[in-house]
Design a protein around this ligand. Structure first.
Ligand SMILES: [Zn+2]
Length: 173
């Protein structure tokens, strides 16, 4: 896999990339239908063969956020190596900080582009504020992990993750 940083993809390179992704809802896996490594990771050559080979979930996250998570820094929250849903990519803490800085005041591009009717759009502003307040605290029943919050508010774990990363929900409403 190429170790050098990704360059921004042109519109054409982006649409060629998404052609190999079976997009679903934000809380679903988006199967990569292009080539995969023997370990099961999707890969492609976003800038053509001479531009080097990159893992598809890395490219998906890069297109969605404008931040390159690096060659080995990103894992999948869904444990599905061939998944190219940027919302299922868990980048390193350093990458999250960078993405948050760049995302200030706007939503991640992929949320806008998919026009997703994400379940978390059903949350009220009050509930979102509650989630942000509870996260990381504890009560008599234990620690408010992302997983526990997801169960309490009946939304996908990845959506709790996004709310806590500070992305706005306005694109869904
Ligand atoms: Zn997935």
């Amino acid at each position: 896999m190429a170790n050098k940083s990704l360059r921004p993809l042109s519109e054409m390179e982006q649409s060629r990339f998404w052609e190999k992704v079976r997009k679903g809802k934000l809380n679903e896996c988006w199967p990569w239908i292009g080539a995969t490594t023997d370990k099961g990771y999707g890969y492609c050559y976003p800038h053509g063969a001479a531009g080097g080979r990159y893992r598809s979930h890395r490219i998906a996250f890069f297109i969605a956020t404008g931040v390159d998570p690096g060659s080995f820094a990103a894992t999948h929250s869904c444990d599905n190596r061939a998944c190219a849903n940027p919302a299922h990519v868990i980048p390193s803490t350093q990458t999250i900080n960078l993405a948050n800085m760049r995302a200030k005041g706007r939503d991640y591009q992929f949320l806008v582009k998919t026009g997703e009717d994400a379940p978390h759009a059903k949350l009220s502003d009050k509930e979102v504020a509650e989630i942000r307040r509870l996260a990381g605290t504890s009560d008599e029943n234990g620690y408010w992990s992302e997983r526990r919050l997801a169960a309490r508010y009946r939304i996908a774990h990845s959506q709790i993750h996004r709310i806590l990363r500070g992305q706005s929900r306005t694109a869904h409403q």
